[in-house]
Each structure stands twice: as C-alpha cells, then as structure tokens.
Design a protein around this ligand. Structure first.
Ligand code: SF4
Length: 227
C-alpha cells in the first residue's frame, strides 16, 4: 500500500543507498487470536477509517482490495527491475500453513514468517512454519511479552526479529527478553534484528540493545531472482 516505516523491510545497497520497503495486503480484516493481538494497530487503523472488519470471518466481512490495488506491486517490480535490485514487501500478515503453497513448491523470492510473542505461541506456530520450504523462514517476536527459548527450532530458522509493544497501553518489555534472543541467535549464527524497545510511540524507547542497534538481515537469496 505504501512505503513503510518498518525497518526490517529496508535495505542498504552496496553503494550506501537506503531502499525502503513496502507493505501490501490483499485484504483488510483479521481475528484476534492470542494475547499478542490485544492492542492490534491494524484494527485501530481500520476502525479509524470506519471499517468493522475484525472478528470471525463467519460473522464479519473482510475488505478485499480490487484490481487497481494490485497495480501497485506490479509497478514496484517494474521499478526494481529497472534499478537492478529488489524491493522488500511486507505482504499479507496472515498465512495458512495448509494452503496450496504450504508444503509444495514455494516461490524463491518469498520469505515466510510467523509472529511469536510468548513461548506458548512458539510451540504452537513454529512447527507449522518449519513445514514450509521457503528459502528464509523467520520469526517476528513482536510484541515480545516474555522470555523465549528457541533452542528446539533455531537451527532451522534463517532470521529472528524482535521488539517491544508500542501504543497507549503498551505492555513493557523486560530487556532480558530481547537480550536472550540476540544471544541465542549469535550462538546459532542466525541474523538478529532488534526493531524497537517500544512505549507510547514506536520510537519512544529507541532501538538500542546493549549500546548499539542490531540490524542483521539474511543475505539476498537466491541471487538473480529478478530475472
Ligand atoms: S494476527 Fe496480527 S493483524 Fe490479526 S488481530 Fe492479531 S495482531 Fe492484528
């Protein structure tokens, strides 16, 4: 839909140029399924625009975007080809593990991840994620609401992102939680991205963990996927 402020979609080219990523969703609407969803910002935005699209699909409508909307990613792709580098697009924040793409051939330019804010969610979701043969499988540990032990799965993950919650009622994050994730990633040599400490606004607490930022991103893979 637009250039995004989500830093983990940004890339820096070898010449130092910053390329910001995009967000794109084929539909609008979701269902709160766990404690991580309590303060869902996407729901707040939908309410702001007068759309009642959060709730069970059986009783709540979804707003599905039409053909005009699909012209945007096509335009980004044309631009990327012209400039010779890819754009990162955060697309469709819901994934169905049993979809036709789930266990079969997975497009080689698609990275797939799941949200995990507490240990229980990791145990529920990561096994499904690991069934998907994507080139990069990642966790978005946001909002991080507790300590996570990723040891059963970390050797099969290619990226871990974490961050605290933001918003009026943001739940505070204990810095030991992202610190532990960073340490687990370092030991397993998995790229680690620390998005934010959180607070009332997304930048209230800054982005530093132990005196520096952590912006590790998996390498572009596979090479030449624009062609
Ligand atoms: S799954 Fe994501 S988009 Fe859906 S309600 Fe939860 S936080 Fe919001």
């Amino acid at each position: 839909m637009a250039v995004t402020v989500i830093q983990w979609t940004w890339r820096i080219l070898p010449n130092g140029t910053l390329i910001k990523g995009y967000t794109f969703n084929p539909w609008w609407g979701c269902l709160k399924v766990s404690e991580e969803c309590h303060h869902c910002y996407a729901e707040d935005i939908a309410h702001h625009y007068g759309h009642e699209v959060w709730g069970p699909a059986s009783t709540t409508s979804r707003r599905v975007f039409r053909e005009k909307h699909w012209q945007e990613p096509r335009a980004w792709n044309r631009q990327a080809k012209k400039q010779g580098h890819r754009r990162s697009v955060f697309c469709a924040s819901i994934i169905l593990p049993m979809s036709p793409w789930g266990k079969g051939t997975w497009p080689d330019n698609v990275w797939v991840g799941t949200s995990v804010g507490v240990q229980k969610r990791a145990e529920e979701r990561v096994p499904y994620l690991l069934e998907i043969p994507a080139v990069v499988r990642f966790l978005s540990c946001e909002p991080l609401l507790g300590s996570l032990d990723l040891s059963p799965w970390i050797s099969q993950l290619q990226w871990v992102i974490s961050g605290g919650e933001s918003g009026y009622e943001a739940r505070p994050m204990n810095m030991e939680w992202p610190r532990s994730l960073r340490d687990q990633c370092q030991e397993a040599q998995v790229p680690y991205f620390f998005k934010q400490i959180g607070g009332r606004y997304h930048d209230s607490g800054g982005r530093e963990l132990d005196g520096r930022t952590w912006d590790e991103i998996p390498p572009e893979f596979p090479i030449g996927c624009l062609t």
